[in-house]
Design a protein around this ligand. Structure first.
Ligand code: ZN
Length: 428
């Protein structure tokens, strides 16, 4: 819990000399529909940081008058922005899965690769064979690469353990990363990622895993405070609507908030179920139906879109971002960083895809990447805005216009990133 006196007494640092500042300031909640068009772009505006908080947003001159003793970070006529919130990653894994990209290119679909014991099952076998120290060491440079793109908050899911012990072990590695790194890390238990391969041939394999998750694992995760969220892969061929409902209700009884993977490859009604269960976000949605779109637009559930995944899978389709926003839904963006379907550690590329593939405006993409990403993690009052009282989660990019970051795609343009008042790039 922050202490207001400590923040006021902390030596101030000013971010000044920006060519442009995009604050994304406004209500501390998900922005919906037309609200996403206003990202509050200004000129000549800097930010004061004391401790882990933003304590002023004003003209450079006003900041220097108010804080004459402050040290300064020179934005060098770059873009001053909130740090990105990457609200959907699977960053704890062992080996890469190069072979599947080629398999898919020859026409073998993802669910078929998984059915043969590849896909997620190969990541599960691999993770189970690795030590906690190895998993930790593999994750650190990945998180550094995300930070190098301006990401200051990262959600990380378990879900390659798929046993009681290996799911807890994964979540404990995430907790250690959270303690060790400056970025804000939010943990999600994705034990309901798939039915473990070794249980698939058993008569009660499905039900026994679901019961173990609900009766044993969720309570243990909550007891040890290892995760904020539980996530369920609600998709035809993975978890059914009825199973998803049971898992979300079980998570709620344990004190975990819920998120869903839903309607990624087939419309299974997952988005509408998520809205009716009031989960924090439903993610993917490339196959969402008009009914699902209407349900999300009428709910508080954030629609998190993962355009890099659809690009990498080569499906030739993307989530209907335009229809979601025009219907009044709140849209967020994330990398879905994972070894099978989105080995992407560059958040700015997601911004590019949001505009070029999802047909979002640049302002909508920025709101989706900051405020709405925060809302997808129930952090809309904490991060995602350059505004007084918010966490000092700040990025400076070497471009002079907020539209230039998604435009110059493939470049590494983030000069500086701070999370919770500490440098996370460069410096990890
Ligand atoms: Zn995912």
């Amino acid at each position: 819990m922050r202490n207001t006196t400590d923040v006021v007494n902390a030596p101030p640092t000013l971010f000044v000399n920006a060519a442009q500042t995009i604050t994304c300031a406004g209500p501390a909640r998900a922005r919906r529909g037309g609200e996403m068009r206003d990202a509050d772009v200004r000129a000549g505006v800097g930010v004061a940081v004391q401790g882990d908080r933003i304590t002023a947003v004003d003209t450079d001159d006003a900041l220097r008058q108010r804080f004459p003793e402050a040290s300064e970070i020179d934005c060098d006529r770059g873009l001053l922005a909130p740090g990105f919130v990457d609200s959907h990653t699977h960053a704890i894994f062992g080996k890469a899965r190069y072979e599947e990209q080629e398999l898919r290119a020859t026409g073998v679909p993802y669910l078929e690769i998984a059915r043969r014991g590849g896909g997620i099952h190969s990541s599960v076998r691999d993770l189970r064979a690795r030590s906690d120290a190895e998993l930790f060491a593999l994750a650190v440079p990945r998180l550094a690469r995300l930070a190098a793109g301006g990401v200051t908050t990262v959600e990380i899911k378990s879900g390659y353990g798929l046993s009681y012990a290996d799911e807890l072990r994964t979540l404990r590695v995430i907790a250690r990363l959270s303690d060790a790194l400056p970025q804000r890390i939010v943990a999600t238990c994705l034990a309901a990622h798939e039915i473990p391969f070794e249980r698939r041939e058993l008569a009660d394999g499905r039900t026994s895993w679901i019961r173990e998750i609900i009766d044993t694992l969720y309570p243990a995760v909550a007891d040890e405070q290892l995760a904020t969220f539980a996530d369920v892969f609600c998709e035809p061929g993975v978890f059914t609507l009825a199973e998803t409902r049971e898992l979300v209700n079980g998570a709620a009884r344990a004190g975990l908030k819920a998120k869903l993977h839903a309607d990624e490859l087939h419309d299974g009604g997952g988005a509408a179920l998520g809205a009716s269960l009031r989960v924090m976000s439903v993610d993917h949605l490339a196959a969402i139906s008009p009914v699902g779109i209407a349900a999300l637009a009428a709910s508080d559930t954030v629609a998190t879109l993962l355009p890099a995944t659809m690009l990498f899978l080569g499906t030739g389709r993307q989530a209907p971002a335009r229809a979601l926003i025009d219907a009044g839904a709140a849209v967020a963006l994330a990398t879905d960083f994972n070894p099978g379907t989105s080995p992407l550690q560059s958040y700015p590329l997601v911004m590019t895809l949001a505009i070029s593939e999802l047909r979002m405006s640049a302002a909508e993409a920025w709101i989706a990447a900051t405020v709405n990403g925060a809302a997808a993690l129930d952090l809309a009052g904490e991060t995602g805005q350059l505004a007084v009282g918010f966490s000092a989660d700040i990025a400076v990019h070497s471009v002079d216009d907020f539209r230039a970051l998604p435009y110059w795609f493939g470049e590494r343009l983030c000069r500086v990133a701070w999370a919770r008042g500490n440098a996370c790039h460069p410096g990890l």
